[in-house]
Design a protein around this ligand. Structure first.
Ligand code: ARG
Length: 258
């Protein structure tokens, strides 16, 4: 908490400055998942690559043998027949993953594509994924799971590693800090809702990026957030936004029975 208070003033200044620089402008600094590293095989056994017409499109998390959690903006407007889920690999070019076809998208009925409120979708696979080795489900955070400011969370994804939105094919991960509701609210971040949590370093040096969407943010090994949106990738003074699993926990339970 005390650490948080000392950053309050510069943070607000940075937000004011950043907002004059124009929306969604990526920072000029290095924009790969910063502070991030490449994942080892099997390190994120719940990580899914959602492929659209054979190309990486979004991330996801395996929550049961047949169910994946992702972002609504990853499935909206798409056809399940055009999408596949790859599990069990940290290198999409290696061909050692297992590919599954998709039976159904269950998009949160309150999803708002303008505001990204309720940015969550379930994906039902056509056949169950055999568990074991580098494929495992992840537990979901409890309903209304609380989070203390500065709690460290882990993000992972096959998303872009630079401003040219180059995809690495290899899975990366990074540690990010959760922001408290004192800063992660609609006054400081226009458009923020109670279905969103903020994470990232005020320096902008840690961020998810294009292609990481739908993928996991975990705290203590549980799925706490889903990569949703941001201002560029790693913009100074600005966090990235994650769908708050705790707020949508009962909807997941009803629809995935998990
Ligand atoms: N919405 C984007 C996607 O579809 C990226 C989300 C994260 N963006 C960010 N700047 N943190 O992959």
């Amino acid at each position: 908490m005390s650490q948080l208070k000392t950053t309050a003033t510069p943070l607000i200044l940075l937000l004011a400055v950043a907002s004059t620089l124009g929306e969604m402008e990526p920072s000029e600094e290095e924009a790969r998942i910063i502070g991030g590293q490449f994942a080892a095989p099997g390190q994120f056994p719940h990580q899914v690559s959602l492929q659209l017409k054979g190309r990486h499109h979004c991330g996801g998390s395996l929550i049961s043998e047949t169910m994946i959690v992702t972002a609504a903006h990853c499935t909206r407007g798409q056809s399940p027949s055009q999408m596949m889920a790859i599990v069990g690999t940290n290198d999409l070019s290696a061909g050692n993953g297992q590919t599954f076809s998709i039976a159904q998208f269950i998009i949160h009925p309150q999803y708002n594509p303008q505001s990204q409120d309720f940015d969550m979708s379930l994906i039902r696979l056509s056949s169950p994924v055999p568990m074991g080795g580098s494929v495992k489900t992840i537990q979901l955070a409890e309903s209304d799971a609380n989070y203390a400011a500065d709690t460290m969370a882990t993000i992972s994804g096959f998303g872009a590693i630079n401003q040219n939105l180059q995809l690495p094919n290899r899975l990366k991960f990074a540690q990010v800090q959760l922001w408290s509701r004192d800063f992660c609210n609609s006054q400081n971040i226009p458009g923020l809702t109670d279905r969103m949590v903020c994470a990232g370093h005020p320096s902008g040096q840690v961020s998810s990026c294009q292609g990481d969407s739908g993928g996991p943010l975990t705290v203590d090994g549980k799925l706490f957030g889903v990569v949703s949106w941001g201002f560029g990738c790693g913009a100074k003074g600005r966090p990235a936004m994650y769908t708050y699993v705790g707020a949508l926990r009962s909807w997941i339970k009803q629809n995935a029975n998990v």
